[in-house]
Design a protein around this ligand. Structure first.
Ligand code: NAD
Length: 330
């Protein structure tokens, strides 16, 4: 198993959902971790347990500030870049800020990493880059036109990564995440993702609201699989595996109706009344693609990636976490 150990690693966006899960793993493997985050969407409680660890350092700052990026990349071996403003609807409402953070911020991280001599940068790309290409499963080389400002920003990241590899000889790997879920994913706010939203509704006895008729499907990916992909991308040495992008997913798809049914089934064990809740259906959302399913063959072949959690295994763990989270909070 390829793991990151005895390294100095910068995790941008480390107070967020995915970043904080990555840091948790890194700190068990004798790494020094620097977390750069401005808490735009990240949470202090996500990193609260790490603050007392002498191998952990928090830099509270913004990736739009090049000087902050320079401070954060000093003496770093590996950058795992997660900082961004996620959410398609957020980018539709405010494309300027999404662009400034996701493109301008990314460019700052690249420039700072280049000047600091960082060996490897792994960055969060996105399945949204497939845009209007309806081919299933999604294969890395076949993308379509972007359907949202967010998708543009994530594609521009890939373009910059490719140029920095060619022009400055850097090692960059992009990971196109597909609908990640798991512990610490924020269930609150206007831009919450679908799994935490549905779990929160059902735990509170409220019908979940489905955009569309529930037939839209996603390749929901448990966060432990994403952590694994980051580690493999950060440690791979074969030349053909570097300076490219990979789908990071489970390789199977679940419709929103199936998702609600699975959450209900798991929650009914604790709250029998959940079984009677019927979802409500509303209009489709602007910028949403109907179906998403990844081919994970490239990551399997070149990175040795192998999802440790299928959808149901992950959902079970996530629901256990949300139950504790809501009980402690309420
Ligand atoms: P998140 O919102 O929980 O984490 C993002 C983190 O970046 C937050 O802690 C936030 O405070 C930080 N951040 C935002 N703007 C910043 C700035 N200007 N300076 C410094 N820090 C900043 O989201 P996440 O789900 O953990 O996503 C992590 C990465 O994965 C993002 O790049 C996202 O686009 C990408 N991604 C996520 C998914 C998913 O399903 N969650 C899918 C595809 C891609």
């Amino acid at each position: 198993m390829s793991i990151i150990k005895n390294k100095k690693v910068l995790v941008t966006g480390g107070a967020g959902f995915i970043g904080s899960n990555i840091i948790g793993k890194l700190l068990t493997q004798n790494n020094e971790v620097v977390c750069l985050d401005n808490f735009a969407t990240g949470k202090r409680e996500n990193i609260a347990n790490y603050l007392t660890n002498s191998s952990f350092k928090l830099i509270e700052g913004d990736i739009r500030d090049l000087l902050v990026c320079r401070e954060a990349t000093k003496d770093i071996d590996i950058v795992l870049h997660q900082a961004a403003l996620g959410s398609v609807p957020r980018s539709v409402n405010d494309p300027l800020t999404s662009n400034a953070v996701n493109v301008g911020g990314f460019l700052n991280v690249l420039v700072a990493a280049r000047d600091a001599g960082v060996k490897r940068i792994v960055y969060a790309a996105s399945s949204s880059t497939y845009g209007d290409n309806e081919q299933l499963p999604k294969v890395e080389d076949h993308i379509g036109q972007p359907l949202s400002p967010y998708a543009v920003t994530k594609y521009v990241n890939e373009l910059y990564a490719s140029v920095f590899a060619r022009v400055y000889g850097m090692e960059l790997i992009g990971l196109r995440y597909f609908n990640v879920f798991g512990p610490r994913q924020d269930p609150d706010g206007a831009y919450a993702a679908v799994i935490p939203l549905f779990v929160k509704s059902l735990i509170n006895g409220v019908p979940p609201k489905i955009n569309g008729d529930g037939s839209f499907s996603r390749d929901f990916t448990y966060v432990a699989n994403v952590v694994q992909a980051n580690e493999r991308a950060a440690t791979v040495h074969t030349k053909e595996a570097i300076n490219t992008v990979y789908n990071v997913a489970c390789g199977s798809r679940v419709s929103l109706n199936e998702l609600v049914a699975s959450i209900k089934e798991l929650l009914t064990e604790y709250q029998p009344e959940v079984s009677a809740i019927i979802p409500e259906y509303g209009p489709e959302r602007v910028g949403d693609v109907p179906h998403s399913l990844a081919s994970i063959e490239k990551a399997k072949t070149l990175l040795g990636y192998c999802p440790s959690h299928q959808f149901h295994d992950g959902l079970k763990e996530a629901i256990g976490w949300y139950r504790d989270f809501f009980i402690m909070r309420d």
